[in-house]
Design a protein around this ligand. Structure first.
Ligand code: XUL
Ligand code: CO
Length: 431
């Protein structure tokens, strides 16, 4: 018996007078030519919902769950609870780290064997339920061996241990049919430059990623390799700072056609960007992969990983995702955790349901904005002058040739309105 056993799958009922129902998320409803379930590709994060006990830097566990424990029986009980929650929420995907699904062993071999054992168990549950794996990843940040980094560690033995760990996780992800493999480098950075050789560490990270890509191809893994940018926390500075930084890194190591990004709302905010900015930039660079959907508390400045509740912000994110043609291998992973006072099983269900509804509402709004067309027409009109042959010629000509046009054609630029407030009004008409 899991704590979710008494709950039926949530219906879509816009008239429901409680929050254990969807108002907007109807998996089968068609939006912009695609079923909502296929557009949104929701995933639940194993770590926050089944492995995190409610601790914070000042306090211990607050959640009392029947699946706690660090043996394999507890790991299986956790998997049972996870798949029962997937059933109630009707989510098609989940994501996991090795450390979420199996207890750490006394040796590497024991950890790997436990991972393989629980992966078989999870695989059986996937076959029974039809739930799929959006992505797997290795936890290369919690254990003390990773304190000075994984691939970027000054100790080559840690680099080797990271290789062994990622190989085991990629193998499990491939066996479970994972659609992506994610690398998030929480310790790939530094605490102080006084003891850090940045050039060497970046080369180690570049080499490690090349090895991962090479292994993907040689093992026939069909999923995408994704880097998840984050500027800081837990390290003072992380090398995968934001999308632009990751792009530069990929180009330097010749990996820009091999690796894409998994963009998280809260990480974008920590980097001083909006989620919309990070998604739009990844689309522009053709490295958009997937999203980790959450929100930060705008006042606290920490990565609070809360469930999204703001339809306007999420609409702007889905606007960029739809403009780029939607997800391919990616999806919407709720890398979000309930607050540590939210003790009840209903809290976990309602948190996801509300967040799924926020996304569904945002998806519908974004699709309506694009169908209306005013936004894209207004944006295209701003650049209309570039259609003239003389303007086009400047993009392949010299500085002198562009300069010569000014006097030859008597050019005197006429400033035009950017219409920002009118476009902001337009967005709000649809949210
Ligand atoms: C940490 C974070 C991770 C990654 C996976 O901030 O977002 O949970 O998503 O390691
Ligand atoms: Co994340």
């Amino acid at each position: 018996m899991t704590p979710f056993a008494d709950f039926a799958p949530l219906p879509c009922d816009p008239a429901a007078d409680h929050d254990l129902a969807f108002r907007h998320y109807d998996p089968d409803a068609v939006v912009a030519g695609r079923r909502m379930e296929e557009h949104l590709r929701f995933a639940i994060a194993w770590w926050h919902s089944f492995a995190w006990p409610g601790t914070d830097p000042f306090g211990g566990p607050t959640f009392d769950r029947p699946w706690w424990g660090d043996d394999m029986a507890a790991a299986r009980a956790r998997a049972d609870a996870a798949f029962d929650l997937f059933r109630v929420l009707r989510v098609p995907f989940f994501c996991f780290h090795d450390a979420d699904v199996r207890p750490e062993g006394a040796t590497f071999a024991e950890s790997r064997d436990r991972l393989n054992e629980i992966a078989d168990y999870i695989g059986g549950k996937m076959a029974d339920s039809g739930v799929r794996l959006l992505w797997g990843t290795a936890n290369l940040f919690s254990h003390r061996r990773w304190m000075a980094g994984a691939a970027t560690n000054p100790d080559p033995d840690v680099f080797a241990y990271a290789a062994a760990t990622v190989k085991a996780c990629m193998d499990a992800t491939r066996r479970l049919g994972g659609e992506n493999y994610v690398l998030w480098g929480g310790r790939e950075g530094y605490e102080t430059l006084l003891n850090t050789d940045m050039a060497r560490e970046m080369d180690q990270a570049g080499r490690f990623l090349s090895m991962v890509v090479d292994y993907k191809h040689r093992t026939g893994f069909k999923g995408a390799i994704l880097i998840e940018p984050k500027p800081k926390e837990p390290s003072k500075h992380q090398y995968d700072y934001d999308v632009a930084t990751v792009w530069g890194f990929l180009c330097r190591y010749g990996l820009e056609k091999e690796v894409k990004v998994n963009i998280e709302q809260g990480h974008a905010f920590l980097a001083g960007h909006t989620f919309q900015h990070e998604i739009a930039l990844a689309q522009a660079l053709d490295i958009f992969g997937s999203i980790d959907m959450n929100r930060n508390d705008w006042e606290s400045g920490w990565d609070t990983d809360q469930f999204p509740d703001n339809p306007r912000d999420v609409t702007l994110a889905f606007l960029e995702i739809l403009r780029g043609g939607g997800f391919t291998t990616g999806g919407t992973n709720f890398d979000a955790k309930i607050r540590r006072q939210s003790l009840d099983p209903e809290d976990l269900i309602a948190a996801h349901a509300g967040a799924m509804d926020t996304c569904a509402r945002a998806l519908k709004a974004a699709a309506a904005i694009l169908a209306d067309g005013t936004l894209d027409r207004t944006r295209a009109a701003r650049y209309a002058g570039w259609q003239s042959p003389a303007a086009q010629a400047m993009l392949t000509g010299t500085l002198e040739a562009a300069a010569a046009r000014v006097e030859a054609e008597g050019i005197e630029p006429r400033p035009r309105s950017g219409r920002q407030e009118r476009l902001e009004n337009l967005i709000n008409r649809f949210v």
